[in-house]
Design a protein around this ligand. Sequence first.
Ligand code: KG4
Ligand code: ZN
Length: 333
Amino acid sequence: MRILSIETSCDETAIAVVSDHNNQMTVEKQFISSQISTHAVFGGVVPEVAAREHIKTIFPMLKSLEIPHDGAEIDAIAVTQGPGLVPSLRIGVELAKCLAWLWKKPLVPVNHLEGHVYSVWLNDTPEFPVLALLVSGGHTELILMKDHGVYELVGMTRDDAAGEAFDKVAKLLGLSYPGGPAIAKAAKEGNADAIFFPRPMLESLDFDFSFSGLKTAVANYLRNNSTAVTPDVAAGFQAAVIETLVTKTLRACEQFQPRSVALVGGVSANTCLRETLTTAMKKQDPKIAVHLAPFELTGDNAVMIGIAGLFRAKQGVFVDPLLFEADPNLRIV
Ligand code: KG4
Ligand code: ZN
């Protein structure tokens, strides 16, 4: 099966053609355009600006795919339905609806979070149940995936997402947007033991997270220490986030006994997080396979939406293009 996939949930415009043969994925074509430089001057994503950029970019991208005008080579169309920014989501959803209707192709709705989880299926076939640690700019969730399309939300952030905390702390430190890569780079030069920041909710018996207090702890530290060393603050903050994420994931493994763990989402590009989780899992339970999102699929992209869409299409999950709507608050369960 060959699927055309579209992702416009936030500030990346992305489109891809993905096919599968015996569960082996092939990315036939893909285009991605980041709006980071456009939004950097505002210090965050401006929804209306994002939507205008998607419109400017998506049609030339579609043209570059060189699909026949009747869509003859395409078996189905997958699109991110949500969660995300309404003006952004709508651009991708409305385009997908038009194409599905004109070409008379099945339309497959994909949850953006589900897309992130499926990024590990590009090169691997994880065994179920899969415990996914999804860490991005908008979400921090532990999701137990029992089978294709069957999810249980095990834990989530009660306030800021991990990526959001990276972005906010980077701002406090005067580092560039997006903050994750900037903090990771600064942390390499710093001493993670120089400053101890709190590990939020580590004592709680659930699998939830909270990062807004950690951000406040960094703000307070900077207010009280005028000679603060940026790399040490970055390293101390990053260590606190990583210890919290990894400890809760290990505990969830004890309770839910998954056969695989998947680390996905924008923050999964953090090499320190990848290494810490891999090492800790090997130590705790070497039988559980750890699958890391391929680096090129950690951020938002259309390939992961295509992979999720292919599995959804095989299950016959289709929607009527004339009735379908974007849903900014779409949940995975
Ligand atoms: O998944 P994503 O591209 O977009 C959302 O769906 O939110 O995630 C973006 C987030 C941003 O907050 C960014 O700062 C963070 O991922 N990020 C990182 C790294 N690279 C990106 N955080 C920590 N370390 C990184 N290397
Ligand atoms: Zn995302």
